[in-house]
Write a protein that binds this ligand. Structure first.
Ligand SMILES: [Zn+2]
Ligand SMILES: [Zn+2]
Length: 256
């Protein structure tokens, strides 16, 4: 993941409100196309126009090669509102985020995020690197709305769970049980990505507290009730993996 600055140069000062709307619309379109991450874009009014700082999956994520019809439409609207196409300045690699996957032989994907992660929620099962969404076939209307929406809901639940003050039990249950609306949406997203990419996509079920290590190790797959404990945790997180149901989980974090 990289941090870049986008400089929009004003070629006219006629319509400041229209210019800001045009920039925001383009940022939203990039986000729904997986070209820009997160939903908070620090923006500065500069002498020349506007500067916006964003995180992107790869150094060339903003390239026209990945654009969809909305990115194209809102880029055109910049021009009609007296703004240039943005100048892209790559500030550098984001130092704490996972790298993008460059495997040529990935065998499966994992849908995974946490309250702090800004990266794409699609992970390579082999290297656990992130997979920019624009690298997989688009979903509805040339965007990745279903994946980004699930990611946002999951991060909200994980924040409630971490803060331990409001809705902790609700949020933990949403992330831990296979039958909750959050997991149902996540499983739908996994099936959707799998149908588009011909790759198995695993869904992760969070486990926070547990009774004992022994009890935890005896847990079975919540869908098929089969054995799913691995001899070594996959990517140091996933102690449980059911290849039949495409589910992952961990030994309760309180017992590890
Ligand atoms: Zn990989
Ligand atoms: Zn199973």
């Amino acid at each position: 993941m990289y941090t870049i600055s986008l400089n929009f140069i004003a070629t006219s000062k006629l319509n400041v409100e229209g210019q800001i709307d045009a920039v925001n619309s383009l940022l939203g379109a990039w986000r729904m196309n997986g070209q820009v991450l997160n939903n908070h874009f620090p923006t500065a009014k500069t002498e020349a126009g506007y500067s916006v700082y964003v995180n992107v999956p790869e150094s060339d994520s903003i390239s026209d090669e990945f654009q969809n019809k909305y990115v194209k439409k809102f880029t055109d609207e910049l021009l009609s509102n007296g703004l240039s196409k943005p100048e892209v300045i790559i500030l550098g690699k984001e130092p704490e985020c996972a790298d993008s996957c460059s495997c040529v032989d990935s065998e499966f994907y994992i849908l995974f995020t946490t309250y702090v992660m800004l990266e794409s929620p699609l992970r390579c099962g082999k290297c656990f690197g992130t997979v920019p969404l624009y690298r997989i076939p688009k979903s509805y209307e040339e965007e990745y709305y279903n994946i980004i929406c699930w990611q946002s809901d999951y991060k909200s639940c994980d924040s409630l769970q971490m803060n331990c003050t409001v809705g902790e039990r609700f949020a933990t249950n949403q992330m831990s049980s296979i039958e909750t609306p959050l997991s149902s949406k996540g499983l739908e997203v996994c099936e959707f990505i799998s149908s588009k990419t011909d790759m198995p996509v695993y869904y992760y079920l969070y486990k926070g507290p547990g009774k004992s290590y022994k009890n935890e190790a005896m847990r079975k797959c919540p869908k098929c009730n089969g054995a799913w404990l691995q001899s070594e945790p996959l990517h140091e997180i996933f102690d449980f993996m059911c290849s039949k149901c495409k589910l992952l989980s961990n030994i309760a974090w309180s017992m590890r």
